[in-house]
Design a protein around this ligand. Structure first.
Ligand code: HXC
Length: 527
């Protein structure tokens, strides 16, 4: 063996030792603590996430440059974050996984530099990015360099928005300004019991306003998926979160220049569903579950609901129709009558914008009594929140298909994917009621004089019942709208799927370049 060969071998040995060191992150104790907390390590998470053998790590040997507060003695190869590229179900993706075992996954200058490098490359290559968050936030010892790092991450999150899908999973703490990276990404998945997100933690809350609250009641997965709407999906543990990420990616294109992946689902596009003819209750006030309509129309087993716990009066999610990905938007009469309120408007508008950015046709199912009345909603800004729905639908240039199932009243009729906002294909079931408002409210206005002449409350109630019925008889059908061409066709519910599949097959060729609009830098959505 020559001396140079000996040298190479010793260098390889050194490299292997360094790699081994990097693989241990913050060390065995930290790994043990992570497991005790019910969490997987960054590397274990990545191993579950990506296709076996596909992960190529970048920046494994990066170290921080801080010297203050004893930092010169606390070095960890990789600096508390694992980054690189891999494949998920055969499709390329960039990944970022924070390693809580080193300084609580806190973000310093070099840790941030690894993340921005990953985001930048993903953006240039046109590949989705998955960011597994598990961090104590800005690395306190690194001061303003940490803040700079966050700022640069936010900047890239914004510039990647609408170009590549960005998915954030919160798998541990996510506190302070750190929350704004997930907030700027497209989808946030939280793990129940081990993750939380807040701007200011319980201690500061107590000091500032005297309120006592624990981390999970302040910013746990249930809080964010049900109340704040900051989380789109919730998992019971790390493994489930990773499965959700993979499922989500299976509906998304790689970037805004590509189509979402086609999958032959084996479900016949011509399949009629006779059960749909009986889904709508004969009493127009009776609730039913719109999920049943959706799942019967789309390819079997493909509906993947997003944001399901937040504002359940609206439903959004992905599905396949004749193998093609569609974004589903619907009112759900099973909750608050399917009314549009502040939260459901935000939920719908954001989802429509996402679908539009990523070439995903939008399929809307309408059964909406209107916008939610009352001081809480008016004072909370239902006007500007509701306007987001109008804005998102009007701006969207992807194919827009709408099915009016039952009620479509007033401004909410317009907002929910009407032809007037540029829908390409609108069909109605014979049960559709398209009107300015509900029959009773309309009767109160039209026959106000007659009603005020009633001699007793009983007589008034009887008159109102009669007038309501008369109004319902005149408007509670889709044929006025169909006679004007606002509705393209009235169809039997059982034939909805074949009709939509045919329409989508044609509309899929719709292209933005063929839609004439004056150039502008950007519009100003009612945020
Ligand atoms: C440096 C940190 C850190 C941080 C945690 N650690 N957070 N080190 N900077 N931000 C270290 C701990 O000192 C500890 O080191 C190790 O990580 C593990 O933390 P523990 O506290 O032992 O873990 P746990 O009990 O699970 O608690 C996790 C935690 C807690 C809830 C995240 O550590 C915590 O409250 N940290 C501070 C969070 C914070 O205030 N961050 C700044 C937010 S403001 P040892 O050596 O003991 O192992 C912010 C501004 C960003 O981020 C602005 C962007 C615009």
């Amino acid at each position: 063996m020559g001396s140079s060969e000996v040298e190479i071998r010793s260098e390889i040995k050194k490299l292997r030792e360094l790699r081994q060191q990097a693989l241990l992150g913050g060390g065995p104790k930290g790994i043990e603590k992570q497991h005790r907390a019910g969490k997987l390590t960054a590397r274990e998470r990545l191993e579950l996430l990506v296709d076996p053998g596909s992960f190529v790590e970048i920046d494994m040997f990066v170290k921080h440059r801080a010297t203050e507060f004893g930092m010169d003695k606390r070095i960890c190869l990789g600096d508390g974050v694992v980054t690189g590229f891999a494949k998920i179900n055969g499709r390329p993706v960039f990944v970022i996984a924070q390693d809580f075992t080193f300084m609580g996954g806190s973000l310093g200058e070099m840790h941030a530099a690894k993340i921005t490098k990953t985001l930048m490359t993903a953006l240039e290559v046109g590949t989705p990015v998955v960011f597994l968050n598990d961090s104590g936030g800005a690395r306190i010892q690194e001061g303003v360099d940490s803040l700079k790092g966050y700022g640069e991450i936010f900047y890239l999150n914004v510039h990647a928005s609408g170009i590549i899908p960005q998915i954030a999973a919160i798998m541990g703490p996510c506190a302070g300004g750190a929350v704004y990276s997930p907030a700027l990404m497209d989808f946030v998945i939280m793990v129940r019991k081990t993750s939380f997100m807040f701007i200011t933690g319980p201690r500061v809350v107590k000091a500032a306003i005297g309120e006592e609250v624990d981390e999970f009641s302040l910013g746990g997965a249930d809080v964010h998926s049900i109340k704040s709407g900051c989380a789109h999906l919730v998992a019971n543990d790390d493994r489930e979160a990773i499965e959700l990420i993979k499922k989500l990616l299976s509906y998304l294109p790689q970037n805004n220049m590509e189509e979402p992946p086609y999958v032959d689902t084996g479900d016949d596009p011509e399949r009629r569903d006779p059960e749909l003819d009986a889904v709508i209750p004969s009493d127009p006030m009776k609730p039913y579950d719109m999920h049943e309509v959706i799942t019967r129309v789309v390819d079997k087993g493909t509906f993947f609901e997003i944001h399901s716990n937040f504002a359940p009066n609206a439903i959004v999610g992905f599905a396949r129709l004749a193998g093609r990905v569609v974004g589903i938007v619907a009112n759900n009469p099973g909750y608050l009558g399917g009314v549009l309120d502040i939260n459901s408007s935000d939920k719908i508008a954001r989802f429509v914008m996402f679908c539009d950015a990523f070439n995903i046709p939008i399929l809307t199912f309408v059964d909406v009594p209107g916008f939610m009345p009352g001081t809480a909603q008016e004072h909370g800004g239902i006007i500007r929140h509701g306007a987001k729905v109008l804005y998102a639908y009007s701006e969207a240039t992807v194919p827009k298909l709408t099915v009016i199932v039952r009620k479509a009243y007033g401004g909410a009729y317009i907002a929910m994917g009407s032809r007037h906002l540029g829908a390409d294909f609108v069909i109605a079931w014979p049960t559709a009621e398209i009107a300015v408002m509900g029959p009773e409210g309309a009767a109160e206005i039209i026959w106000r004089r007659e009603l005020s002449a009633a001699k007793s409350p009983e007589e008034r109630a009887e008159m109102l019942r009669r007038f309501t019925e008369e109004y319902r008889g005149r408007i509670a059908h889709p044929y006025v709208a169909a006679s004007r061409g606002y509705v393209d066709s009235v169809i039997e519910p059982s034939g909805t799927r074949p009709m939509l599949a045919k329409a989508l097959d044609i509309l899929i060729n719709k292209r933005e370049v063929r839609i004439k609009r004056p150039p502008r830098k950007h519009g100003i959505p009612p945020m």
